[in-house]
Design a protein. Structure first.
Length: 457
């Protein structure tokens, strides 16, 4: 893996700040020989990158060499900087309940395994230093790029330039602070990470090419399909809930940043940090950012607090289009027509409740139109029936909104439902609210009718 700005929050969200990069060593111009650093090569890359990226370092970026055990310990410490083992366990359990992860998956262990499998170095935004791992030779997602650009040593320089771009982002745009501001929203965090990774990947590739123009952009875009194949080859057992968001940051991130570059060069890329995409939907559908801005709606679930007073809210999050698509693909098949419903996502919020070791989930999703909400309610009802078996679950919808309850919240749905529908606030991204629609609750015959609509997708 190259510069992992993080698998999603549900997939160990603090990896967003734990490892801003997986770097290189052991190429023809070895950056690390034992514990010695080839400073001349580092200086050369730093100077060339500043010219290519049209940004100057505001202060030096310290480079330190650590052995693998030290690097892995630092990554785990960063992972646990803001979150407890219990929060990660709850996040993993909730992800399994809604169909994002396999049942029983250890989220913390799987996330660290993904990094440990490939780490050769990283930029740490907390210490503002770049860590190179002695003996680390894996170029991660850029392994095939070595063959693509025909020179293994040049691929190493590309990844170093990639990592140094993250340092530039941190110094000029306060990237670490921006990521921290969206850490409770997987969707916005992934969209911002896609900008950062797309920028760094484009800059790194341009550095080794020796120029930056439209042909360089086209060359990199041609390589993108190989990224997912490389991750599958290196970590074949990685759950989709971890691998898909990781690949998204590079592949879709590059496409998004390339679109900005075509419209206004590096200045337009810089502007993305001041006005970043607010959802993975905007990254996946670039016209909804660049042509006719279509920000997501905000969702704030209320009305459950009194009924669930004996339960603690252990976490809340926004999954977004990307993770919703993973859920549908995992449970229905990658080519299932119902997967297209993810593209009609307009906003969501998930509340994770805990009592002892028991987890309960409330999830409210908003779709672009009522027909998509009805179809999703039908599809997801059937999905949860198969996925959860005897675990209590309820799916209800009103107009464009779908309410999902799993566990104890589903058992209390008769009491919870009217208060959640009346007190939940759904508003524009800018904060202007509109009331949840007062459409009567649908009965089972209407759900059955909606389920038959799946064939129209």
């Amino acid at each position: 893996m190259t510069s992992d700005l993080g698998v999603p929050r549900r997939a160990a969200r603090s990896l967003a700040t734990a490892a801003c990069g997986v770097l290189l060593a052991g190429c023809a111009y070895a950056l690390v020989n034992g514990h010695s650093l080839n400073q001349a090569k580092v200086d050369q890359v730093e100077q060339g990158l500043q010219q290519i990226r049209q940004l100057s370092f505001l202060k030096p970026v310290p480079l330190v060499v650590k052995d693998r055990d030290q690097a892995e310990q630092q990554m785990e410490s960063d992972l646990m900087r803001d979150y407890t083992d219990n929060q990660l366990r709850a996040d993993g359990a909730a992800g399994a309940l809604v169909g994002l992860y396999p049942s029983g998956m250890d989220l913390k262990a799987e996330s660290l395994k993904l990094l440990r499998n490939q780490v050769a170095g990283f930029y740490d935004p907390h210490s503002k230093e770049m860590v190179l791992v002695a003996g680390g030779t894996n170029l991660g997602l850029f392994t095939d790029a070595a063959e693509f650009i025909a020179q293994h040593d040049v691929a190493g320089e590309m990844v170093l330039a990639h990592e140094l771009t993250h340092a530039l982002q941190d110094q000029h745009f306060d990237l670490d602070k921006k990521l921290d501001q969206v850490k409770n929203n997987d969707d916005r965090a992934l969209a911002l990470k896609a900008v950062a990774e797309g920028d760094a990947t484009l800059a790194g590739y341009a550095y080794v090419t020796g120029r930056m123009d439209a042909s360089v952009v086209d060359g990199l875009l041609a390589y993108l399909p190989d990224i997912a194949k490389e991750l599958t080859k290196q970590a074949p057992d990685t759950p989709d809930g971890l691998s898909v968001p990781l690949v998204f940051q590079y592949s879709d991130g590059v496409r998004f940043v390339a679109e900005a570059y075509r419209r206004g060069g590096w200045k337009a890329v810089d502007a993305l940090y001041a006005n970043p995409p607010l959802s993975t939907h905007q990254v996946l559908h670039t016209e909804d950012y660049f042509v006719h801005p279509n920000p997501p709606v905000s969702v704030a679930i209320h009305g459950y607090e009194r009924t669930m007073s004996s339960w603690s809210k252990v976490d809340d999050d926004t999954y977004g289009e990307l993770l919703l698509r993973v859920i549908l693909q995992r449970n229905l098949g990658k080519d299932a027509p119902e997967v297209a419903l993810a593209g009609r996502w307009a906003g969501d919020q998930m509340i994770i409740l805990q009592s002892g070791r028991e987890i309960s989930v409330l999830w409210l999703l908003v779709f672009a139109e009522s027909s998509s909400a009805a179809k999703f309610a039908a599809v997801y009802t059937t999905t949860l029936d198969k996925l959860l078996g005897n675990t209590r679950h309820e799916v209800d919808y009103r107009d464009r909104e779908v309410l999902v309850a799993i566990g104890a919240a589903a058992q209390a749905m008769e009491t919870l439902e009217p208060s959640i529908w009346s007190q939940t606030r759904i508003g524009a991204a800018g904060g202007a609210n509109y009331p949840a629609p007062g459409v009567p609750r649908v009965d089972s015959s209407e759900i059955a009718f909606a389920m038959r609509l799946r064939s129209s997708l």
